[in-house]
Write a protein that binds this ligand. Structure first.
Ligand code: HEC
Ligand code: HEC
Ligand code: HEC
Ligand code: HEC
Ligand code: HEC
Length: 183
């Protein structure tokens, strides 16, 4: 089976209606057909980063899920971590399995297809950053990531410049010597 790499977004509603009418088992065929008939430029650029359909707003604001249910290492290590497809599938096996987007997700998981989300934030390699210390100091995710619960795919809202980091460190009496943040 061939699954769409490019996400549906603008055309998603059409795809959902089509798939609902024809049956979810034809979804792959329908999306393949659509992707070959749509001009490449029709998809918004941000959409390229989603291998399968995902919305933070749906999960955070509508479903009420905690950030750390999916970004499970934020309290424990340098990286917040990305949810493995098994986490999505574990919930969606029971929640909305009839949705065409979810069916595609489950099929992809069952086929063992790897999934990699495009990186949004990316500090240069010479910078040392850790989530653990910030999260444990009680700094909310939103202080650095903005109102993710209102976003579909995550977007970078803070500049992530040295001035930005140092500004907050000064304000909160956190260390500002060079080796704090540089290897
Ligand atoms: C703990 C449960 C849970 C987890 C984990 C979860 N979801 Fe969901 N998801 C939901 C709920 C609940 C909704 C419906 C929210 C609403 O519409 O109010 C939803 C909606 C969706 C939808 C929209 C379905 C439709 O047709 O409306 C998609 C697509 C989706 N999730 C994909 C994902 C992906 C991808 C992941 C993993 C990165 C994921 N979900 C992880 C609970 C979960
Ligand atoms: C003090 C600012 C700050 C706070 C607070 C913060 N982050 Fe981050 N986050 C960053 C920076 C900076 C990066 C980029 C790190 C890099 O490129 O090495 C990042 C990257 C990420 C990433 C992608 C890379 C990774 O770490 O897996 C995720 C996901 C993420 N943050 C989620 C969260 C969540 C969820 C919370 C709250 C529990 C949170 N962040 C709190 C600053 C912050
Ligand atoms: C149901 C799972 C789920 C929940 C809950 C969730 N996220 Fe995410 N998050 C994802 C997925 C999947 C991606 C990759 C797609 C994207 O970039 O939006 C992601 C991406 C991100 C990124 C960008 C990572 C990078 O590459 O730099 C940040 C930052 C982030 N999430 C923060 C948050 C914050 C803050 C919350 C809570 C308000 C939250 N997320 C809740 C699944 C989730
Ligand atoms: C919103 C405020 C805020 C921002 C923005 C922020 N920090 Fe911090 N940072 C803190 C606080 C407060 C601490 C001290 C936490 C503690 O007491 O454990 C800290 C601690 C740290 C530590 C651990 C210091 C140690 O003692 O080893 C590192 C490393 C760090 N920050 C790097 C960064 C980098 C790099 C950035 C920018 C990409 C950044 N921080 C942005 C508030 C911030
Ligand atoms: C609180 C964290 C933090 C501290 C403290 C810090 N830096 Fe940085 N620095 C960063 C971040 C994040 C970047 C990458 C973003 C940027 O270039 O603005 C950076 C970038 C740099 C760069 C590369 C700039 C470029 O144009 O590529 C140099 C050089 C540098 N820092 C030197 C220093 C020196 C010297 C000190 C001590 C006086 C210092 N930094 C202290 C966070 C920090």
């Amino acid at each position: 089976m061939v699954y769409m790499r490019r996400p549906l977004h603008g055309e998603m509603r059409v795809a959902v209606l089509l798939a609902a009418a024809i049956g979810i088992f034809l979804t792959a065929a329908v999306t393949t057909l659509r992707s070959s008939t749509q001009p490449e430029a029709a998809a918004p650029p941000a959409a390229e980063s989603a291998p399968i359909d995902f919305s933070h707003e749906t999960h955070v604001t509508m479903a009420g899920l905690d950030c750390q249910l999916c970004h499970a290492y934020a309290r424990r290590g340098p990286l917040a971590g990305m949810p493995p497809l098994s986490r999505c599938a574990g919930c969606h096996r029971f929640v909305l399995p009839e949705s065409p987007d979810v069916a595609r997700l489950l099929a992809r998981f069952d086929a063992g297809e790897p999934l990699a989300w495009a990186r949004v934030h990316d500090l240069p390699d010479h910078v040392r950053f850790t989530h653990k210390r910030h999260v444990r100091a009680g700094i909310a995710c939103g202080a650095c990531h903005g109102d993710v619960g209102r976003m579909q795919l995550a977007e970078q809202t803070a500049p992530l410049t040295m001035n930005w980091c140092v500004g907050c460190h000064e304000a909160r009496q956190a260390p500002i010597d060079c080796v704090t943040c540089h290897y």
